[in-house]
Design a protein. Sequence first.
Length: 187
Amino acid sequence: MAVFFTADTHFGDAHILRHRGDRYASIEAHDEALIARWNAVVSEADEIWHLGDFAAHADPAYCAAVFDRLNGIKRLVRGNHDSNRVLRLPWVDPPVESVRIGVRDAEGRTQRLFLAHYAHRAWPGLWRGTRHLYGHTHATLADTTRSCDVGVDAWDDAPVGLAALTARQDAATLVPEELVRDGRGEA
């Protein structure tokens, strides 16, 4: 079982085409492409954390139909567009506002993660090496050595695994301000 992360799929949300319209002719084409990309990466046995804005402006039956087509053991960190139509879907656990988790990397080390829909400038565990994953920004914020956007706009419309996330953070040059302020420079 692998663990994946994503955010800002906005299934059923025709308004998202203002941001992604150059890639998709319709919301139907958008949704079909994101479902295909998700299922090409995530297997039925994999765990996937969705960090908010699963769907917007879609009726509950449509949200449920899309949810049922997606592979994986699905968990939700609630986003600003996740109303009852999303919250009532059969997530493996009740949706949360934010969460701290540990995930084993390929070398067997536990990576500590703080997951939230919104980007934080400081977060619980930052000083102890906790990495921050978020959505909401649609790839408009620069990665730091300890944080990055996991949304589909930042990852070629697909969920992303831990190795790619940590590699992107490790390659970033921007250090979280709190570490710079206190002379740490790096976590």
